[in-house]
Design a protein around this ligand. Structure first.
Ligand code: ZN
Ligand code: ZN
Length: 353
């Protein structure tokens, strides 16, 4: 059957025909499509050309010839740097890293969002944040700790997603008024149906398994207007983490975000009812376009009491995220002070009586 040559529109793997379901299914990302859906998607997609412009091939060669990859035996991070920027320690767990050699052209990103915040400014942001959190351990932003702050290009998959969404609901508009000595309530019920083709652009998810997903989602948004086609010079002086999750592995996260965003959009279109109860929701990701992009993040990790605390500063907008470790000594001191204050108040009250 010629249609067996279909590629998964969400992760590019080969689709298989499942006779029992009469559907084309992807065993990598678990998407499934009817024949009619596949035809509609195929008609929608532009013809894909295999030939690549010469400049692109040159960027691939430059990348694989001038990018070294270092690996951390302790946490598994794979750190990329250009020939002029050597990595000595792991930005994540602070253990020494080992030079593993060159990296293949497959890991060459298509785009990069250059850093807008330099090292000095990044340290400034960390310092002013620390001043607001006096419970931090004393050496939290010591000189040694400041040295570990790393400008890291995080490997992100940035996607444009086509979604078909259908939602049925029961909408009620309730109105009440008083006339004479009577109070009237009028309830009007509506069968509400929504059917939408939704295009979500620029949905990101980081492709490094050991960087905390929630931390990376918290550091968003990035403004893609400043995105540039990848060139080696952007890497200079910074590090980049090598992705270890491919499109099929990333798809569930992208799907979850796309479904949530579409659900919010569909519900948002029913705001003209007093109450809405959704009776059916069918939201399906029909196709996903992927771009592999490096996004700028100033990264700091801090080991305290056997735990790694991660902090991130958006390298474009300076948005700062992270949960501070609480210094046990300082918390104890604070409790003691509160205890003293309470005792003083008791004494004072005692004195008044
Ligand atoms: Zn797939
Ligand atoms: Zn490490």
């Amino acid at each position: 059957m010629e249609s067996l040559a279909y590629k998964c529109p969400n992760c590019c793997a080969d689709l298989k025909f499942d006779a029992a379901q009469q559907k084309f299914t992807c065993e990598y990302c678990s998407s499934s499509f009817t024949e009619a859906e596949m035809k509609a998607i195929a008609a929608n997609q532009e013809a894909y050309s295999d030939s690549r412009p010469e400049e692109e091939v040159q960027v691939d060669t430059d990348f694989s010839e001038h990018t070294s990859v270092y690996s951390c035996d302790s946490c598994g991070a794979s750190i990329m740097a250009d020939d002029n920027t050597a990595a000595t320690f792991c930005y994540y767990c602070h253990n020494p890293v080992i030079l593993k050699g060159r990296v293949s052209g497959d890991f060459r990103p298509s785009y990069v969002l250059p850093f807008q915040i330099d090292r000095k400014a990044a340290i400034g942001h960390f310092t002013s944040w620390c001043k607001k959190h006096w419970f931090l351990p004393k050496d939290f932003l010591s000189a040694a700790q400041q040295e570990k702050i790393t400008g890291l290009y995080v490997p992100f998959w940035v996607t444009d997603v086509d979604v078909n969404g259908e939602m049925d609901a029961l909408g009620k508009n309730i109105r009440s008024w008083t006339s004479g000595s009577y109070r009237y309530t009028e309830t009007r019920e509506y069968a509400v149906a929504r059917k939408a083709k939704i295009v979500l652009r620029g949905l990101p998810a980081d492709g490094a398994s050991h960087i905390d997903d929630e931390l990376m989602e918290a550091v968003e948004p990035f403004d893609y207007k400043q995105v540039r086609p990848f060139a080696m010079q952007y890497l200079s002086g910074f590090f980049a983490e090598k992705y270890d999750m491919n499109m099929a592995a990333m798809f569930p996260r992208i799907q979850k975000r796309a479904v949530q965003a579409s659900d919010t959009l569909l519900r948002g279109s029913m705001k003209n009812y007093t109450t809405v109860s959704v009776t059916r929701s069918d939201i399906k990701v029909m196709s996903t376009k992927w771009e592999y992009m490096l996004l700028p993040v100033w990264f700091m990790t801090y080991k305290y009491d056997g735990k790694i605390y991660e902090f991130a500063l958006n390298g474009q907008s300076a948005k700062f995220v992270g949960t501070p470790p609480l210094s046990k000594a300082r918390v104890a001191l604070c409790s003691a002070l509160i205890g003293l204050a309470a005792a003083a108040i008791t004494i004072l009250i005692g004195g008044l009586i």
